[in-house]
Design a protein around this ligand. Structure first.
Ligand code: AMP
Ligand code: ZN
Length: 462
């Protein structure tokens, strides 16, 4: 399998350290607010890689973290050590405890993670459950002479790590040019970063812990290093994140992890391009930071969003518009309608030609638009219906479009469409709309049966 590695800036042959267990980590959401459809694009990249590795028979240990502490707003301006703590801001705004805020947004994140049919990682790790490991890691770095203390915390001295800038291309000089005075006075080198921040004076933070340096909270970067080391060991095969994380967050993860262990931290860095909205940046202040809830409220089949994500290669930017989502939905509905007309035969074999083209697309830096093109070619081909069904089921292991659940219904197309839409509402827990469609289907003389296996069947009403 070929994969683009941001560290070497080359497409490389993926070769895991231990084929008996591939290790993979994705930087997950900061749960102080709703997760946007932009964030989900990056998690979809993680999901596609996870599914592809499994599809190629690698056992995978996949960790995704949940950042529930210590992610400061300064990272928007290139310095993750300044600004307000996102969680603390939400605590003040919403009048809830940090735990309540984190639980609420984590639950929402998980709900739509499932709705988008993303495979659950081996473990979701919450940063606040790894504070001891973070402190141990900082103590280790301190013992190795890689840190220094300022009045506001413990900092990593980037001049002690020779390869600093290998991933990001940033050096202290280049950072210096754009740096804010507030941060540069504190740090010895502009590329240094906080490992532990001290609570200020009598300030009572919603989240703070005792440490050898005093009461405070961890820096954002140390969280991912501590969770990776604890769960996956000193070297990880694949580390995934959005392209914005490459410059600072991931460079800092490398510097501190490698300084502590003396080993290479990550073999393959995979960064996904951003999702844009209406051709520009997506942002809360711009009012276009859409969520999956927005998608559902507008009446879309939620999996249309999954199809939409698959239409662009992960390293290309993807522009979200409601019209583009509509066209993705039309394609998905067409797929459901097509497969619903196919007869099933458990003994049928996959089409070797189309499967090998599909595999080639996955092997080529997980080229999902190409994989979708192969699926459409299969539909148009003269391969037998039974073999098409077998092939679609196999491809769906990676595409995750729930195509198998729509196969083989000799029922009129409008009813099929209504049942498919109802099924997606049901999966999303949008019961009122699901019930409304069930009634409509019944009015037209059909019934939907939900089976305990999670499948559904549409039948003529007797
Ligand atoms: P955050 O919750 O801000 O830490 O972001 C979580 C993940 O979403 C990170 O991997 C970011 O790189 C990624 N991300 C943020 N905005 C976008 C976007 N517009 N498109 C794709 N990924 C994004
Ligand atoms: Zn991270």
């Amino acid at each position: 399998m070929k994969l683009y590695n941001s560290l070497t800036k080359q497409v490389e042959n993926f070769s895991p350290m231990n084929p008996g267990e591939v290790t993979m980590y994705t930087c997950g959401p900061t749960v102080y607010d709703y997760v946007t459809i932009g964030n989900y694009r990056t998690y979809m990249l993680g999901d596609i890689l996870y599914r592809t590795l499994k599809y190629f028979d690698y056992p995978v240990k996949y960790i995704m973290n949940i950042t529930d502490v210590g992610h400061l707003t300064g990272d928007n301006e290139g310095d993750a050590d300044i600004g307000d703590d996102r969680m603390e801001t939400s605590v003040k705004k919403e009048g809830k405890t940090a735990q309540e805020i984190a639980d609420f947004y984590t639950k929402d994140f998980m709900k739509y993670f499932k709705v988008l049919n993303m495979k659950e990682p081996s473990k979701f790790t919450r940063a606040t459950s790894y504070i001891d490991q973070m402190i141990e890691l900082i103590v280790d770095l301190e013992d190795k002479g890689c840190t220094y203390q300022t009045e506001d915390g413990i900092y990593f001295d980037s001049s002690k790590y020779e390869r600093y800038g290998q991933l990001s291309g940033l050096t202290s000089d280049s950072v210096m040019e754009g740096a804010r005075v507030e941060s540069t006075v504190r740090k010895k080198n502009p590329t240094d970063f906080a490992l532990w921040k001290l609570s200020r004076g009598k300030e009572q933070r919603a989240q703070e812990w005792n440490s050898p340096w005093g009461v405070g909270f961890p820096g954002w970067h140390i969280e991912c290093s501590a969770m990776c080391l604890e769960e996956l060991g000193e070297t990880v095969d694949i580390h995934v994140g959005g392209e914005d994380l490459k410059m600072i967050h991931h460079q800092n993860e490398i510097a501190q992890s490698e300084s502590a262990t003396g080993k290479k931290f990550v073999n393959y860095w995979v960064h996904g391009a951003f999702l844009q909205v209406d051709g520009g940046r997506m942002g809360k202040s711009l009012g276009n930071a859409y969520t999956m809830e927005d998608v559902v409220e507008k009446g879309f089949i939620p999996l249309s969003m999954r199809y939409f994500y698959l239409t662009a290669h992960y390293r290309s930017s993807l522009n979200f518009t409601w019209t583009a989502l509509e066209s993705a939905q039309n394609s998905l509905k067409k797929i459901y309608t097509l497969v619903s007309g196919y007869a099933e035969d458990p003994g049928a074999k996959v089409s070797v030609d189309y499967m090998s083209r599909f595999d080639a697309a996955l092997n080529s830096d997980v080229n999902m638009p190409e994989a979708l093109a192969v699926l459409w070619d299969l539909f148009k081909s003269d391969v037998s219906e039974e073999s098409k069904v077998a092939t679609v089921v196999e491809m769906d292991k990676v595409l995750g479009l729930r195509m198998s659940e729509h196969i083989g219904f000799e029922i009129p197309k409008d009813i099929q469409n209504m049942a498919a839409t109802r099924e997606e509402y049901r999966k999303a827990g949008i019961w009122d709309k699901a019930d409304m469609l069930r009634r409509k289907i019944e009015e037209k003389g059909y019934v939907v049966e939900d089976h305990s296996s999670g499948m559904y069947r549409v039948k003529r009403k007797l």
